[in-house]
Design a protein around this ligand. Structure first.
Ligand code: BG6
Length: 494
């Protein structure tokens, strides 16, 4: 069923996110017949564009970044008939009147009261003032049909996130606010819920009695991609751990929801965040490792070091790699370490979660039968592979009792161009008013709370060894030492 009539105003309409992600996602929804019968997309920006130029600019973005290429041609006109550009200065109060007028015109034309969605794909410092202006518009008073979508980063630390939540909650009801974490829209991430809560097979072993430890890796092979100005004030902990990685951790560690109600799922996730053992500042060096890449080579190409990137301080303290060991202090997870790591310019792009089970209680086979009997492992690959693997021991065919670890794999067939992109799922959910995959105010703050001691410790201490890893590697040696202290090693997928 298609969502109700909707108007999407995209602040930052001439920006990169809209060009690379939002418009291609909306176009794919259109091709898949998920867009409402009546819809309008209005890009808002300061750059000067005629409607025609704006549309051809975005069309170029679709040809470059849409998951679907070949069969997509030929539907541009039908789609772009719904797309317009409003050149507005978001700082000018009068501008907002034009938005209200636009809505009235569409309402008359369609004969129905549409959803009005404001997507703020703008620099974080612009969010408060735009939200303030929108909040005073009459059309935002309708809580069931007006929505505001906020991109990350949501705040810069706990205090600023709290302040932003305060401001937003004074202007909108919580159900009108959609805070995006695009990882939650990924098909493979949503599948974690299916794996865990639609199968009785895994639940009995999904706890501290059977699980030795859990690893979450979000390795990126890309570097800054021209975002030095932003990244220098963010760093890996803020950019990836506070949001994406902690959300993955919630999906793996949460208790079973009693329904798929948005608040029920979010309650169960926030319980995990609240149960994460606070890391004391004096213990940060034992539980967390930071890294920064230097100059080097990446797949045969020379790359500059982080400190030489545009927009970056030549003596920068910002981490491009972070690894942390967390504990979740509840009945299910007591004593089970969660090792998480993320970094830029790593050897390969790979986001995966590994559940390492405990060893078999005794090993009756001759010791030469197996190299290691620590084999029971379940791996959920989020990207670029999209599969779930269970690793177990099997007998090698032949006359001797020799064991090898083997994999049983479920793979999303055909993958790529048939699998919706995260932003498609999330934009559709916004139009439908389903907030399940979005961050609630308390979740965002709970996640900040988890990382604040690490952030503050790192910000106040200049590392002596930066840069401490080379491009095309798996990060700093200290990160290997972090996990080796517990007798484990990082699991890199082949
Ligand atoms: C964004 C970060 O939120 O996620 C980027 O700001 C990062 O630095 C990106 O590259 C990774 O997303 P994905 O979907 O490519 O894993």
């Amino acid at each position: 069923k298609r969502p109700p009539a909707s108007i999407l105003f995209i602040f930052g309409g001439s920006g990169d996110l809209n060009y690379r992600k939002l418009t291609p996602a909306l176009y794919n929804l259109f091709l898949d017949e998920w867009m409402p019968e009546h819809f309008a997309i209005v890009g808002i920006g300061r750059t000067e564009y005629s409607n025609e130029n704006y549309r051809s600019h975005l069309q170029e973005g679709i040809t470059k970044f849409s998951r679907r290429k070949a069969e997509a041609n030929g539907h541009y006109k039908e789609f772009f008939d719904h797309v317009n550009y409003l050149q507005l200065d978001a700082g000018d109060v009068k501008s907002y009147q034009r938005i209200a007028e636009y809505v009235q015109t569409k309402e008359k034309e369609w004969g129905t009261h549409p959803n009005v969605i404001f997507y703020l794909a703008v620099a974080p410092q612009l969010v408060p003032s735009i939200a303030q202006e929108l909040g005073t518009l009459n059309l935002c008073k309708d809580k069931s049909t007006t929505r505001i979508v906020i991109e990350k980063p949501f705040g810069h630390d706990l205090a600023s996130a709290h302040e932003l939540n305060d401001l937003l909650s004074g202007l909108f009801a919580e159900e009108q606010i959609f805070r995006i974490d695009h990882y939650l829209g990924k098909e493979t991430v949503q599948n974690i819920l299916a794996l865990r809560f639609a199968n009785a097979l895994f639940e009995p072993v999904w706890n501290r009695h059977y699980i030795d430890h859990i690893q979450i890796t979000a390795a990126e092979s890309v570097g800054l991609e021209g975002r030095g100005g932003y990244y220098e004030h963010s760093g890996a902990l803020r950019d990836m751990v506070q949001n994406h990685i902690l959300q993955l951790m919630c999906m793996v560690a949460m208790e079973a929801p009693v329904s798929f109600d948005a608040n029920e799922i979010r309650n169960k996730k926030v319980d995990v965040l609240n149960a994460i053992r606070p890391i004391k500042k004096e213990d940060v060096h034992e539980s967390a490792v930071r890294g920064q890449y230097g100059a080097g080579w990446m797949k045969g190409k020379q790359v500059t070091g982080y400190r030489e990137e545009k927009g970056v301080d030549p003596v920068s303290n910002t981490e491009t790699y972070a690894a942390v060991k967390f504990y979740v202090d509840n009945w299910r997870w007591q004593g089970v370490p969660f090792y998480v790591r993320t970094g830029k310019l790593m050897h390969q792009k790979s986001t995966h979660i590994t559940i390492q089970f405990k060893d078999a209680p005794t090993f009756a086979f001759p010791s030469e039968a197996a190299e290691s009997w620590r084999s029971n492992r379940l791996t959920i690959s989020i990207q670029p592979e999209m599969d779930i693997r269970i690793r177990f021991q099997a007998k090698r065919p032949g006359q001797t009792m020799t064991l090898d670890p083997v994999n049983m794999t479920f793979n999303y067939e055909g993958s790529d161009d048939h699998t919706p992109e995260a932003y498609e799922t999330l934009l559709l959910d916004v139009m439908e008013g389903d907030a399940t995959l979005f961050m609630r105010a308390d979740q965002v703050e709970a996640a900040w709370k988890v990382i604040m001691p690490i952030l503050e410790t790192w910000e106040n201490r200049t590392p002596q060894d930066f840069p401490n890893y080379v491009p095309d590697s798996w990060g700093p040696e200290d990160a290997d030492a972090l996990i080796a202290r517990d007798g484990h090693s990082w699991i890199n997928l082949p």
